[in-house]
Design a protein around this ligand. Structure first.
Ligand code: GLN
Length: 536
């Protein structure tokens, strides 16, 4: 039978529930268990696809085309196994399902209520992955903080669920903060005590407390927390600030979180976790032999979480090359033809980020012109690739005012246009070209060499595409469409022939980069930037 672990948070948000969940999953996976993680978010949006990145950070896209919370990216990067639609559920989705059932007549005669109808639907969703037969353990991370009005139905659903599946089959891990009061020179346990009291009010006794702290918890503090919160002393787990999120699995191993979990779930400990590859990655990450500066040009750079998967992909690729990648964020709006050279001076590579809308678009074009003309390594992702096509159209092909119809629907040269099947869509949510699509790489292209094969599959999230009417002109002038979707002929990747590294991908390679499998495009971009830095 599948066992269930629930991860809740107290005291404050941003304690890192996602990283703790992913780290625990990593340890259990490396002991030989089949584990997955799902996240329940207590907001009314059906998914985060329509949220501004400033609100919620990056929107992570799964193989099956779900637009999800960025924590799913962490799950995939740690576990190296894909997630799916079922791994991220929001309150909006729960209510939508219940309301649809109501309209179908499934509750005929009944008043539809939060308890039991919403809580039943939450519990049904808790079980979906567990019942697939694919997992021994399902970790469910509950978004929000205990005590929030919106979290209440979830907490109640956990209480009912635990009672239904019987003891030993589930456990609750509660994350709290143990702040250090500088004036008193002490760590304080009171917020943790209050947070656990609140959970107890809702009928849940946490089994394990993971205490986020800036200083080590000594035996007295652990004893005190154990005594006041009714947990065993070995269930008080220290989660100290780490220099990288990738240290957290090893920190949790040291705290024996995995053993405590398995004992409480009455599961055999099996072998000690095999983490050789992980440690090898950390070793390379922490002992770089070189350094490169890469500019990330984008519209949402004030919030680095907006580009989470890209920055993590750089960490993976940097470790692969034993090279520290210094990502420097440049707001695209700040770039003009006059200052682009100045702002990008000293950069060894430039990545133009995905995005939507006109703001900052012309700045990206300037950045691309500069790197193209100066042989600086360039990587454009999604909108970044579209910008590269527009720049090449304007400045090499001489197509005056060439543009994407997203920026100027009236342009005389729509080198990027809306996909045919997008034109009739009016709803915004979940209607882009989403998820994994096949791509055939041209033999002999840089892309094929980088991937080491010609059939690939990558994830998408866009409405616009390369306009194939211009294909010949681009190819003749040296911009090669090196990857094509075999079913519909869409251009998925372009590259410049006479340039050390100039690649634009319509897909999002960053979504598939993991610790175990750093993405080849990122590795090669970092390598090209390193070569450029050495030449300088
Ligand atoms: N706005 C562009 C489109 O919809 C690019 C999207 C993206 O960068 N993810 O096609």
């Amino acid at each position: 039978m599948t066992k269930y672990i629930f991860v809740t948070g107290g005291v404050t948000s941003s304690l890192g529930k996602g990283i703790i969940s992913a780290s625990l999953a990593k340890l259990l996976q490396s002991r030989g268990y089949r584990v997955t993680i799902q996240k329940f978010d207590p907001y009314i949006n059906i998914d985060p696809g329509t949220l501004n990145p400033y609100e919620h950070g990056e929107c992570y896209v799964t193989e099956d085309g779900a637009e999800t919370d960025l924590d799913l990216g962490h799950y995939e990067r740690f576990l190296n196994t894909p997630t799916s639609k079922a791994n991220n559920i929001t309150t909006g989705r729960i209510y939508q399902n219940v309301i649809n059932k109501e309209r179908e007549g499934a509750f005929l005669g009944k008043t539809v209520q939060v308890v039991p109808h919403i809580t039943d639907e939450i519990k049904r969703n808790f079980r979906i992955l567990g019942e697939s037969g694919d997992y021994d353990i399902v970790i469910t991370e509950l978004g929000g903080t205990v005590g929030d009005i919106e979290s209440l139905p979830y907490i109640e659903a956990v209480r009912q669920f635990r009672w239904e599946i019987g003891s030993g089959n589930s456990l609750v891990i509660h994350l709290t903060l143990v702040p250090f009061l500088a004036a008193a020179g002490e760590l304080k346990t009171k917020p943790t005590q209050h947070s656990v009291k609140m959970l107890l009010e809702y009928g849940i006794q946490p089994d394990i407390l993971v205490c986020r702290t800036e200083h080590h918890l000594n035996a007295d503090i652990r004893k005190k927390i154990a005594l006041f919160c009714n947990v065993n002393i070995n269930a008080v787990i220290e989660s100290i600030d780490a220099s990288t999120i990738y240290d957290v699995p090893l920190l949790m191993l040291k705290e024996q979180l995995d053993k405590t979990v398995l004992t409480k779930l009455k599961l055999p400990h099996k072998t000690e976790p095999v983490l050789d590859n992980w440690k090898d990655f950390l070793g390379r990450l922490k002992n770089p032999t070189a350094d490169v500066r890469i500019a990330l040009v984008g519209k949402y750079v004030e919030l680095p979480d907006a580009y989470k998967s890209i920055t993590e992909a750089f960490i993976h690729a940097g470790a692969a090359k034993e090279c520290k990648v210094r990502v420097e964020y440049i707001p695209s709006e700040s770039l003009t033809p006059e200052n682009a050279i100045d702002k990008l001076k000293g950069m060894h590579g430039v990545l133009v980020a995905p995005g939507f809308g006109e703001r900052g678009f012309e700045g990206k074009i300037q950045a691309i012109r500069y790197v193209r003309e100066n042989n600086i390594p360039f990587f454009g992702i999604c909108l970044g690739m579209q910008c590269a096509v527009v720049e090449f159209g304007r400045n090499v092909l001489g197509l005056e005012n060439a543009n994407s119809t997203e920026m100027n629907p009236e342009t005389a040269h729509p080198v990027i246009g809306m996909m045919e099947d997008q034109k009739t869509i009016t709803n915004k949510g979940g209607t882009m070209r989403l998820g994994a699509y096949a791509c055939e790489l041209k033999k002999g292209s840089k892309a094929a060499t980088i991937y080491g094969k010609t059939s690939i599959s990558e994830r998408h999230r866009h409405r616009y595409e390369f306009n194939n009417e211009y294909l010949k002109q681009y190819e003749t002038a040296g911009m090669l469409p090196s990857g094509i979707n075999p079913e519909n002929g869409l251009v998925e990747i372009v590259e410049l022939k006479n340039h050390p590294f100039f690649v634009g991908s319509q897909f999002h390679p960053e979504l598939k980069s993991t610790v175990a499998n750093p993405h080849p495009l990122f590795i090669n971009f970092v390598a090209a930037s390193l070569a450029y830095a050495r030449k300088k």
